[in-house]
Design a protein. Structure first.
Length: 277
């Protein structure tokens, strides 16, 4: 199925039958990514009186109880409520079913190889996503496709689907890089790392605050200049998915929470004039 849409007075065609998944399936009984060393996501059959929710063990049907920490157990989408005293639901910020997006690939660098900074101060062996890399990757991006920016990092091995990030510290954004992204007209940022901030950052979360337009140290929703934005972390876009423009669809369960597990799809898009008549 194909749809036509108009962005900035230009007509495009998107192929909804060619959806590309870029979220990580959550295997409750297998390998899964892990951030901060939290317990893995698990599924257990419900037992209540004589009822057992496991057909393999004689139950009449399968009924399971799931234990999951969305921020740490896999692909998830979060809102400004992640860092505010006020409880804000991700459902309030994620209302567009299809969003124009640009996928880019960047090569993070060691902290000692860039003058760009972080707070607390970066270590020489830290791996940073820099403003310089983002500017180069987005130099030819079309403004109409900057509502969402999807960032894939190198190396891009399939191990991202099950990586323990305490054992293998991930890249994070420099302050300059997040300032650059924060100044773009984007609403949704999607990344293949578990956090836009350093894993151990003394609780400052400077990049989260910069993205939502909050002063350093603030926990007040009223201080957020861009409370409508979302961040999706721990995606995985295989190498065969080309950089460029797409429509992105971020699906979440209707949780009244600051974050929820996410299923993310990309849809190829092209100028309508290039379509065969």
């Amino acid at each position: 199925m194909k749809i036509q849409l108009v962005l900035n007075h230009t007509s495009y065609t998107a192929d909804l039958s060619a959806a590309i998944p870029i979220s990580i399936p959550l295997k409750f009984d297998g390998e899964q990514p892990n951030h901060f060393g939290v317990p893995p996501a698990t599924a257990e059959p419900v037992q209540a009186g004589d009822f057992l929710g496991d057909v393999r063990r004689g139950g009449s049907c399968n009924v399971e109880s799931y234990r999951v920490i969305p921020h740490c157990n896999g692909t998830h989408t979060e809102c400004v409520g992640h860092i505010t005293e006020e409880r804000v639901a991700i459902m309030e910020a994620l209302r567009q079913p299809l969003v124009p997006a640009t996928l880019i690939t960047v090569e993070p660098v060691r902290g000692e190889e860039t003058p760009e900074s972080y707070a607390p101060p970066k270590a020489a062996e830290d791996i940073l996503i820099t403003r310089q890399a983002l500017e180069a990757a987005l130099a030819s991006a079309e403004p109409a496709f900057l509502t969402a920016v999807i960032i894939r990092t190198r190396p891009n091995d399939p191990g991202k689907r099950s990586r323990n990030y305490l054992q293998e510290p991930p890249p994070y954004f420099s302050r300059e890089a997040m300032a650059y992204l924060g100044d773009l007209p984007l609403r949704h940022l999607l990344v293949d790392i578990p956090s836009v901030d350093r894993v151990f950052d003394e609780g400052r979360m400077v990049n989260h605050r910069r993205f939502w337009g909050m002063p350093s140290g603030s926990r007040r929703l009223a201080d957020a200049a861009r409370p409508d934005r979302t961040i999706t972390e721990m995606i995985y876009a295989p190498d065969e998915v080309a950089d460029g423009r797409y429509l992105v669809n971020i699906q979440i369960p209707p949780f009244l929470a600051d974050a929820a597990p996410a299923r993310v799809w990309l849809f190829p898009i092209s100028p309508a004039s290039s379509e065969r008549k």
